[in-house]
Design a protein around this ligand. Structure first.
Ligand code: UD1
Length: 373
């Protein structure tokens, strides 16, 4: 297809697992605007294992990134600096009009700083979320990214309030809804299609004991030996009453090995899995009785599908999932987790609704807005 002379050049930056489901809907939507905007994808390589990265490209039918920076793991300084150095080269070559960053990972921060210092406009998707917990690396990434972004795309109204109270210009804040829900609907349709063609996924609905799905990777939960031991003990107790699946993040696996905590999992009945692709994971949790997690995104996804969610944290930057959704903060001790599970078992299920503009059309709103700007 022929492109017109002056088209907007957009660099879309992503690096870690929770980024890919946020960029996929944009890349799908961008196909409708090929004469107006040229989107190029830069993968920083923050996550590099197949299950943490490439599997998501396959699930969402998006092609290979235009640039792969291969930055990999390291301390926060090493990783962030590595992305800055490599992303600058791409920006200098491509001369984009705008850089789009998503979420709150180190790559988000690094790419926004790089672009801004080259006087390139920055748009942050998922702006304005605040946990108030500065011990979380993600909170620092969010605050710094928002402080230098030109356009702030917000998923829930609390984010608009946060940005206003930080003095952001009203005409820079856009409440557009949650782009991850676009990806979720895409995933559900794909699972349906797989079921029709008989491809299927590993987990079918409604067999055996109530299914509980667990994910755990927050440094504050898994990097401390006593905390991790306590949480695993809580899970072990809950697993006595349910069928528990636990796709394990590489960070968590490493820490369990390092602290010698395998004994808490052995003979517990907990089914430990490799990190799963998006569709495999969706096929597992969409029929769960309960999800137990410390992830940010899963709090939102479970709310969108009305699946009860326990968040193993003391705070959340996504308060709408508590106020309107299925999410409950259960704290970070085994005892509190078990208490919450017992009252859940007795019928303590929240009523919930799907938050405003979590309708699967967010990518269209974002690109429409960008072109209008
Ligand atoms: C990162 C994000 C976090 C996000 C999470 C989801 C930051 C600060 N954190 O945390 O917000 O929720 O991703 O996964 O950006 N590793 C592998 N294979 C990989 C990637 C990582 O083995 O493909 C290992 C690394 O060697 C490291 C550990 O996993 O030991 C953690 O990886 P890292 O990217 O530093 O942070 P995450 O904990 O994944």
């Amino acid at each position: 297809m022929e492109r017109e002379g002056s088209i907007m050049k957009v660099l879309l930056a992503a690096g870690a697992r929770p980024n890919f489901m946020k960029i996929a809907p944009l890349l799908h939507e961008a196909k409708h605007y090929i004469s107006k905007a040229d989107f190029k994808l830069v993968h920083t390589g923050q996550h590099y294992d197949y299950e943490m990265s490439k599997a998501f490209f396959d699930d969402f039918d998006i092609s290979e990134p235009d640039y792969f920076l291969n930055v990999g793991s390291g301390s926060h300084a090493v990783q962030t600096a590595g992305v800055i150095v490599e992303f600058e080269k791409v920006c200098l070559k491509e001369k984009p009009d705008i850089v789009l960053v998503v979420g709150d990972v180190n790559s988000t921060l690094a790419c926004s700083i790089t672009a801004k210092k080259l006087n390139v406009k920055v748009a942050h998707i998922e702006a304005g979320l605040r946990s108030g917990d500065m011990s979380m690396p993600e909170e620092i990434n969010r605050i710094v990214t928002d402080s230098i972004s030109d356009y702030l795309f917000v998923t829930e109204r609390s984010g608009v309030g946060n940005l206003r109270s930080e003095g952001k210009r009203e005409d820079r804040i856009f409440f557009v809804g949650n782009i991850m829900i676009d990806a979720l609907y895409y995933g559900l349709e794909k699972l349906k299609a797989c079921a029709v063609t008989g491809e299927g996924h590993r987990w079918q609905a409604g067999k055996g004991a109530p299914r509980v799905v667990v994910t755990l990777h927050r440094p504050s939960n898994v990097d401390d030996e006593a905390k991790l031991r306590d949480i695993l003990s809580g899970l072990r107790d809950i697993a006595k009453e349910t069928e528990m699946y636990f796709p394990m993040h590489p960070r968590t696996r490493k820490k369990i090995e390092m602290f010698g905590l395998d004994y808490l999992i052995k003979d517990s009945g907990i089914i430990i899995l490799q990190p799963l692709s998006y569709l495999e994971f969706l096929s597992l949790w969409k029929d769960a009785a309960l999800v137990i997690t410390d992830s940010g995104g899963i709090q939102e996804e479970t709310t969108a599908l009305g699946i009860p969610c326990f968040t193993v944290r003391d705070n959340t930057e996504r308060p709408i999932t508590i106020e309107e959704g299925t999410n409950i903060l259960v704290g970070t001790t085994g005892e509190k987790m078990l208490d919450a599970f017992m009252s859940f078992k007795k019928g303590g299920r929240k009523s919930s609704k799907v938050p405003e503009l979590w309708d699967g059309k967010t990518a269209g709103r974002i690109i429409g807005k960008l072109l209008a700007l």
